[in-house]
Design a protein around this ligand. Structure first.
Ligand SMILES: [Zn+2]
Ligand SMILES: [Zn+2]
Ligand SMILES: [Zn+2]
Ligand SMILES: [Zn+2]
Length: 177
């Protein structure tokens, strides 16, 4: 069986990413399989409220379709990146487009955001702080240097202009610049 296909059919446990979800922790926004419930509850860094998954599904609000206001969108068009309903599909607007399970997409987006935030915390942020602070101490130095550089360039330009004038006078004595 194509693993991607089977992944679309059932929602996987957030923890082990292997077994089918049977519970949901509303505090941590995590899907849990039977095996992982205990493991999740043993994490004392946070308070947990684990509810049956079907209860979570019944509280999940599918967005209404912007084209068909009476219909709810259970799918997301990958190409158009918008929620779509059954009528959207049947009217052929998204012919050949890939329709994704909106619930699953939300989950993977949330996971991605969590990952991004984590990376931001662990890697990017300290780097950024480093860069900013070293930039700060270098700034005074840089300003001094750039002033000197401008001075040198100015002098060279003046010198160059003088030489050029002298040269053109030599080649063309009648020319006045
Ligand atoms: Zn699990
Ligand atoms: Zn939890
Ligand atoms: Zn629609
Ligand atoms: Zn589409």
């Amino acid at each position: 069986m194509d693993p991607r296909r089977s992944g679309q059919d059932v929602l996987r446990c957030t923890l082990c990413e292997a077994s089918e979800t049977s519970r949901h922790c509303v505090v941590c926004h995590m899907h849990l399989c039977v095996d992982c419930i205990e493991k999740h509850l043993s994490d004392k860094t946070s308070f947990h409220n684990v509810i049956p998954f079907h209860e979570y599904l019944s509280t999940f609000q599918y967005p209404y379709c912007s084209h068909h206001p009476t219909k709810k969108c259970e799918l997301l068009c990958e190409q158009c990146n918008i929620p779509i309903c059954a009528s959207c599909i049947s009217c052929g607007q998204h012919l050949g487009h890939k329709a994704l399970d909106i619930l699953e997409e939300l989950e993977s987006k949330r996971k991605q955001i969590k990952k991004d935030l984590h990376e931001l915390d662990k890697i990017i942020y300290p780097d950024y702080i480093d860069a900013v602070s070293s930039e700060h101490s270098q700034k005074a130095n840089m300003e001094e240097k750039s002033e000197k550089l401008a001075e040198i360039v100015n002098n060279k330009e003046r010198l160059g202009a003088m030489k050029l004038t002298a040269l053109s006078r030599k080649c063309n004595p009648k020319l006045t610049i």
